[in-house]
Design a protein around this ligand. Structure first.
Ligand code: FAD
Length: 456
């Protein structure tokens, strides 16, 4: 039986709101303190409408809490990615191994509002305009602006990339903490492709990519027939593109086929804010048995695997599972959280950095496309024994650090199978069967994992 605790959640973003709902439902006394004003009243700022992909590891805790069907209503299915070449040619790659698997695109602010509504419904108060000021770690008292000092048993830092909770931990832990930010060197701007007569102007079930080497444009569908477009360019170009003519020339040269559908691209580019991209690494994620970081405060990452929020939701899931397994033993719960989820967070941050190169550069490459087709064929021919790295990250609950490990073995197998062939039709299925059973199956057995077991 879990003893009710007085819990403070700092940050009412996606992860903080979800965590608060789960803890409240377990009988704890939970309050959220949020730096910003209530976004449900203020509306979304222009150029900050980010669309997210929700996948298995994110769906799981939503489903366990009975929220998935409500969330699903505000998502659009995305079944694959469509690549657009400079010449206007189009190539499509399905994501899942069959028609039942897809990603779910959702507006970040809409999802955040829904989760805040749900938190309030279960009785969690959200105190807005209340940034964390300081924490007295010895006395377990937190100081938020516009609030009297508050004592707590447990405090969770879900206050995002610039986390004040993390800062307090870094100062308190001194040499025992390792904290750093690795800027990607590429930032982003959001733009918009409106619906035409209420209809989508491109395939509505795709993530669209215009890969251009070290820069790219991406489009994700919204439910109203429009697309949220995100332009990723090297940081140094932002200065040059303050000159509207330079930006117009660049855009016309690279994304010609979008121009008829993006009437305001020049205005939007100049008006919208530049978004920073980078990886935050922190060690440890806990302070004794009283504070834990979850989501971006622990592991902000670049968005190229679409797993930032999903991995934050996986943090919530892991903590909840630990609470069930070791009721009231926060020493063990926090230690296990710190060792397992930290490994998972590091792995998905690395995979997301690698995927940046894949999306910008490789998705237009013939050899890469062949490799993806071969992977797809293996998934469908040997469904019990082969799951692509993308599939394991996205459609299963296999932890990210294990996916990274088996992904390296799969790469070796794919290298061998793709050598010398021009089409997936030429794939040597006997050789494939042999390599999978020699190299991949034993790995899953050693880890007592089967890809199917972690399908959900
Ligand atoms: C362009 C882009 C695309 C992305 N695409 C995807 C995707 O497809 N799939 C995916 O899973 N993820 C994606 N992400 C990542 C995702 O947005 C984040 O991982 C997710 O929002 C993290 O949630 P969080 O709750 O940890 O942090 P946040 O959402 O940043 O929430 C933190 C909250 O804490 C509050 N706060 C900050 N400081 C304080 C303080 N001192 N005191 C109190 N409150 C404070 C903030 O106001 C905020 O409300 C993308 C990100 C970007 C930038």
């Amino acid at each position: 039986m879990e003893k009710p605790r007085k819990i403070i959640v700092a940050g009412a973003g996606l992860v903080g709101s979800l965590l608060a709902i789960a803890l409240k439902k377990r009988g704890h006394d939970v309050s959220i303190f949020e730096r910003r004003s209530d976004m449900r009243k203020a509306g979304t700022a222009a150029g900050k409408s980010i669309n997210l992909i929700v996948t298995a590891k994110g769906v799981k805790p939503l489903r366990d809490l009975g929220l998935w069907e409500t969330v699903r209503q505000i998502t659009s299915p995305v079944t694959g990615r469509t690549m657009h070449s400079k010449a206007g040619e189009i190539a499509y790659q399905p994501y899942g191994k069959d028609n039942t698997e897809c990603n779910h695109s959702v507006s970040r602010s809409e999802l955040n509002c829904l989760l805040m509504d749900e938190a309030e419904k279960v009785g969690v108060p959200i105190h807005f305009n209340s940034p964390l000021k300081s924490i007295d770690l010895k006395k377990k008292i937190a100081h938020f602006e516009s609030s009297a000092p508050l004592s707590y048993d447990l405090l969770f830092g879900t206050d995002g990339t610039g986390s004040a909770v993390r800062q307090t931990m870094v100062e308190a832990l001194g040499d025992k903490a390792k904290y750093g930010v690795e800027p990607l060197g590429t930032d982003y701007k959001e733009m918009h492709m409106p619906a035409k007569d209420g209809q989508y102007v491109m395939d509505e079930n795709s993530l669209h990519i215009w890969p251009r080497g070290n820069h790219m444009l991406m489009g994700l569908p919204n439910r109203d027939g429009s697309f949220t477009m995100t332009l990723y360019i090297p940081k140094t170009w932002f200065e040059d593109f303050k000159n509207p003519t330079a930006f117009k020339n660049y855009f016309e040269e690279n994304y010609q086929d979008t121009i008829p559908f993006m009437p305001d691209f020049e205005k939007e580019y100049q008006a919208n804010p530049q978004g920073f991209l980078g990886t935050v690494r922190m060690k440890p994620w806990i302070y004794e048995d009283q504070i834990a970081l979850l989501g971006d405060s622990a592991h902000a990452m670049v968005p190229f695997f679409g797993q930032g929020m999903n991995s934050g939701f996986a943090d919530v899931q892991f903590l909840l599972d630990q609470m069930t397994e070791h009721p009231n033993d926060y020493q063990t719960i926090f230690q296990n959280y710190n060792s397992v989820q930290k490994a998972a967070g590091d792995a998905i941050s690395d995979l997301a950095q690698e995927n940046f190169v894949e999306m910008c550069d490789k998705v237009g490459d013939e050899k890469f496309l062949l490799r993806k087709k071969v992977e797809h064929k293996l998934e469908n021919t040997f469904p019990e024994h082969f799951r692509s790295r993308y599939g394991l990250v996205t459609y299963t609950l296999v932890p990210y650090h294990l996916v990274k490990e088996v992904g390296a073995i799969q790469d070796e197998v794919l290298d061998e199978l793709c050598r010398g062939i021009q089409s997936p039709e030429n794939l040597d299925l006997e050789l494939a069967r042999k390599l999978i059973s020699q190299k991949i199956t034993p790995w899953f057995e050693k880890k007592s994992l089967s890809p199917e077991r972690y399908r959900f």
